[in-house]
Design a protein around this ligand. Structure first.
Ligand SMILES: Cc1ncc(COP(=O)(O)O)c(C=O)c1O
Length: 469
């Protein structure tokens, strides 16, 4: 059978890739010119002629994997993308073959059931009321949905906020006085969402922050007063849990208290940091999250889940049910059917069975193990920061609160960019850079359970060779 043969070829090749990557064999990253790759992979001839199966497929896959970025390589410390749990990756294969586009229950009952239960599990972690299992109606409870990524999840949450503040917007279009208040360190997907909603870039206003770019709730009332005087109406306040650049958490309890006092929607972008909810030693960073109105939590960041799988959660399910169609939500719940249609809560019409990969990432070892992993990665980041501080000529930006470490080598912003360019050239270590407090930093994101302090030592040694201190 062609599927079984080709799948076995793929599994064997991937098992070798995984083993080699985990054993630090091969480069973490290499970037041949696209033109060369298109030729080496014989992309155009294969599109024209077909025939990619069996031995031809094996040869293709070998060439493909040889130049793929190795996330399982312990020297991979770059982006906020999960090093997927192997069983969760099998979930992507199962989802690909079954292709149950489960936004409507009948199109994927098993995948829908998984998503329903996972959303409830996440709601419970936040401290919001899970939704009763169908056929029971929702009643007073939270709600949520999995989307294809955190950016879409942020847009969805802000759509829900818009529906609460301006219920007419769906029919009449957006009001010109609406603004979103967010720290400048928020992820760019917030600005995109504001743009997509047609509010105009000017509608994204800077929330007051401290020197570490953290929201300062005490100064919110003053900014709110100023906005009111301008004639603006705040549609939502956005807080980071945690920020993308440095991984720092905004003070949620105080922010939420201020939002409640002023009857404002609080959205917490916890795409990266939401997983702290699973870790006893980190949960305090999200203290007060339950007082927010919506939050976003990416599974494909810290939950060992293959891309993509993000959750948008709301304290009151009705806000999400209203986000995309003002009248249909309760009609839907009255429908006589055995399951639940998520389609009313999403931008997407066709949607992958995203929950399976997350479910497998959790269920293979249990949630406590995942919690230990998340806590371990944050502890590792603190050790990395301590190690870097010991190196003369190196500077750490701020004590890590999550698994992100920003650091720099004495010198200009251009030097940091040049150092990363040199690292990319050799492909022995893979890190990113970011702006924080107005300066350019090198940035380690400790996603990989296999990365050790020795790996970081080797990275620092390599940096030193480019820049004798
Ligand atoms: C805080 C935060 N929000 C949103 C996003 C965007 O999520 P996604 O890449 O899943 O669209 C990111 C991505 O890094 C992020 O760090």
């Amino acid at each position: 059978m062609r599927f079984a043969t080709d799948a076995r070829i793929a599994v064997d090749a991937l098992a070798d890739y995984l083993r080699d990557s985990e054993n630090r064999i091969g480069k973490v990253i290499q970037q041949p010119p696209l033109r060369d790759l298109a030729e080496a992979l014989e992309l155009e001839p294969l599109i024209r002629q077909g025939g990619l199966t069996g031995e031809a497929f094996r040869a293709f896959l070998e060439r493909y994997l040889a130049v793929s970025t190795r996330l399982h390589h312990p020297a991979c410390m770059a982006h906020q993308v999960a090093v997927p749990h192997p069983l969760a990756a099998v979930g992507s294969l199962i989802d690909g073959l079954t292709n149950n586009a489960m936004n409507i229950y009948e199109m994927g009952p098993a995948a829908s059931a998984i998503e329903f239960v996972l959303i409830n599990w996440m709601l419970g972690k936040v401290g919001w009321t899970p939704q009763p299992l169908p056929p029971a109606g929702p009643g007073a409870c939270g709600g949520g949905v999995l989307t294809h990524g955190g950016s879409l999840a942020n847009l969805t949450a802000l759509m829900a906020a818009r529906g609460r503040v301006d219920p007419e917007a769906w029919q009449a279009g957006i009001r010109r006085d609406l603004v979103v208040l967010a720290p400048e360190a928020c992820h760019y997907s917030i600005a995109r969402a504001v743009g997509i909603m047609g509010m105009g870039r000017r509608a994204l206003r800077a929330a007051p922050v401290d020197a570490d770019e953290r929201l300062v709730p005490d100064r919110l009332p003053g900014v709110l007063r100023q906005l009111r005087e301008e004639g603006a109406t705040v549609m939502a306040v956005v807080a980071n849990g945690c920020s993308t650049a440095a991984g720092l958490y905004d003070p949620l309890r105080e922010t939420a208290a201020c939002c409640r006092e002023h009857a404002l929607w609080l959205h917490v972008d916890a795409a990266h940091g939401g997983s702290a909810l699973l870790a006893d030693g980190l949960r305090h960073h999200l203290d007060g999250l339950d007082l927010a109105d919506s939050m976003v939590w990416d599974a494909h960041k810290m939950l060992r889940t293959p891309t993509v799988c993000a959750a948008v959660l709301v304290r009151d399910h009705a806000d999400l049910d209203r986000a995309f169609q003002q009248e249909a939500s309760y009609l839907f719940h009255d429908k006589d059917q055995p399951g639940f249609d998520f389609i009313q809560r999403t931008v997407e019409c066709t949607k992958a069975g995203l929950g399976l990969r997350l479910f497998l990432a959790i269920a293979s070892e249990g949630e406590a193990a995942l919690g230990r992993f998340i806590e371990g990665q944050a502890a590792f980041a603190r050790s990395v920061a301590a190690l870097i501080r010991l190196r003369p000529g190196f500077e750490v930006a701020v004590e890590p609160e999550s698994n992100i470490v920003c650091f720099r080598v004495q010198g200009s912003d251009e030097l940091q960019l040049e150092l990363r360019r040199r690292l990319l050239e050799t492909g022995r270590h893979y890190i990113t850079t970011t702006e924080f407090r107005g300066r350019r930093w090198l940035r380690i994101t400790a996603m990989n359970p296999g990365t050790t302090l020795e790996d970081v030592e080797r990275l620092l040694d390599e940096l030193r060779t480019y820049c004798p201190l």
